[in-house]
Design a protein around this ligand. Structure first.
Ligand code: TYM
Length: 424
């Protein structure tokens, strides 16, 4: 189990800094930028450390571990001694689509058995672009229900609403002071979204959004963050920011402030799946499937009824090449539809290649439609059940936020202490 869970992700610490070294380092001496250590199998959760484990990853480990944390000072550390920790979230805007599911949520399910997992609904992120206040709380509840319907198990994972844990916003302000504005100006999502909105009208929060995302992750001393490929740059910024704050305020400096010393934040790793990390639009195989695309025809929403799925697949863009194949750059739509089919059927790429090699679109489209309907139908049934029991959903979110706040507050207190604030 462990091996299959872990080895299907690309772990990208060897992709780390993408910022020009001059911008990144500022006044930080170069000796600080050491290579991440190679992860040793014994540092992986049980089941992952077997000799057959093949991940060729390297993971930046914190300088301290849980045993050294217990040794000093009043500042408590929330770093888990038992299981490694995973956090992730989705914005409650628009409909959750197949990209969100295959790129992120579906992968959470396989991780919750072996990791301590916290999954939040990032409502504070949803207000960074124009939104409808009347719909925000409803979409937040709907998104939570989708997490559960997809298989997030609250006996294993904490599910909560980002704005219910105050520490997210507080830490964001503290981190903002350590974030060079040049890092934010380089963010691709900021450039794209601000261009779309018309630069003058864009809210400041769209620029500072990655700092909030870094807070979401660093508050929980997260080891891994399962996301789609579009979040990779945000994860890189999070890693840089963690290292920068550790350098500026951690170690001996923190000890002098009465703290534990060592690192303040763990440096997290993105977990990006090799298949499903970038699900493309149904109407243009070169554009990402997206909630904000004007045409609903471009995406499969998790709650789309059968007839809508039938119609969307019937009308989706294809090509006129013979047969079907993966990885032909001239056939982005073909690659995308085969990948979706592979993921929703749970087949291997080799099996799908073999099965579909000689097919034409007329044969494949009904197959894909049935596979999608069969996969999504149980999720839709569970979603309706969960939505019909609002007390249950409320309870899940309260319990999730309580647990999350305990971890988050401990980190936040450490940061206040390390940064020299007078505490009550
Ligand atoms: P959001 O809400 O845009 O997307 C949620 C998750 O879905 C993935 N995703 C996709 N994956 C594959 N193909 C696609 N077409 C596709 N579209 C979206 C995203 O990569 C993401 O994993 N900033 C984040 C939310 C966030 C977050 C966090 C995530 C805020 N704080 C902390 C992890 C940890 C976002 O806007 O995701």
């Amino acid at each position: 189990m462990g091996r299959s869970v872990f080895s299907h992700f690309l772990i990208l610490s060897n992709t780390s800094p993408r910022f020009p070294s001059s911008m990144l380092r500022g006044q930080i001496p170069s000796r600080y930028f050491k290579k991440p250590e190679q992860i040793h199998p014994r540092n992986l959760p049980s089941g992952l450390g077997s000799t057959s484990f093949r991940c060729r990853c390297s993971v930046a480990l914190p300088e301290t571990n849980s045993s050294s944390e217990s040794s000093s000072s009043s500042s408590s550390s929330p770093i888990s001694a038992v299981k490694k920790r995973i956090v992730s979230g989705v914005q409650p805007t628009g409909s959750i689509h197949l990209g969100n599911y295959l790129g992120a949520i579906k992968n959470w399910i396989s991780l919750q058995d072996n990791y301590e997992t916290l999954f939040f609904i990032v409502d504070l992120h949803a207000i960074t672009v124009p939104y409808e206040p009347k719909q925000l709380s409803e979409s937040t509840r709907n998104t939570a229900a989708i997490y559960l319907a997809c298989g997030v198990d609250t006996t294993k994972a904490s599910v909560f609403v980002q704005s219910h844990v105050r520490a997210h916003v507080e830490l964001m302000w503290l981190l903002s002071s350590a974030t060079p504005i040049g890092w934010l100006n380089k963010m691709i999502q900021f450039k794209e979204k601000s261009r779309k909105a018309g630069d003058e009208n864009v809210g400041v929060a769209l620029l500072t959004y990655p700092v909030l995302m870094a807070s979401d992750i660093l508050l929980y001393q997260s080891d891994f963050v399962p996301v789609g490929a579009d979040q990779k740059q945000h994860l890189e910024l999070t890693r840089e920011l963690a290292e920068r704050v550790n350098y500026l305020f951690g170690g001996k400096k923190w000890k002098k402030m009465g703290g534990r010393g060592g690192v303040i934040f763990k440096v997290p790793e993105p977990l990006i799946p090799p298949a499903g990390a970038r699900v493309m639009s149904l109407t243009d195989g070169l554009s990402k499937m997206s909630k904000s695309a004007p045409s609903d025809q471009s995406r499969i929403n998790l709650l789309d009824p059968k007839d809508v799925i039938v119609n969307k697949i019937k009308r989706c863009k294809t090509d006129s090449f013979p047969g079907l194949e993966f990885d032909n750059p001239d056939r982005p739509e073909c690659n995308n539809l085969l990948s979706i089919y592979q993921l929703v059927t749970g087949k291997t790429k080799e099996d799908v290649t073999e099965e579909c090699r000689e097919m034409n679109w007329g044969t494949f489209k009904p197959l894909l439609t049935d596979a999608l309907i069969n996969h999504l139908h149980p999720i839709q049934v569970r979603y309706e059940e969960i939505m019909s029991d609002s007390a249950y959903l409320d309870r899940v979110l309260v319990e999730g936020a309580t647990k999350a706040a305990d971890i988050a507050d401990a980190t936040l207190n450490n940061v206040y202490q390390a940064m020299g604030f007078l505490r009550k």
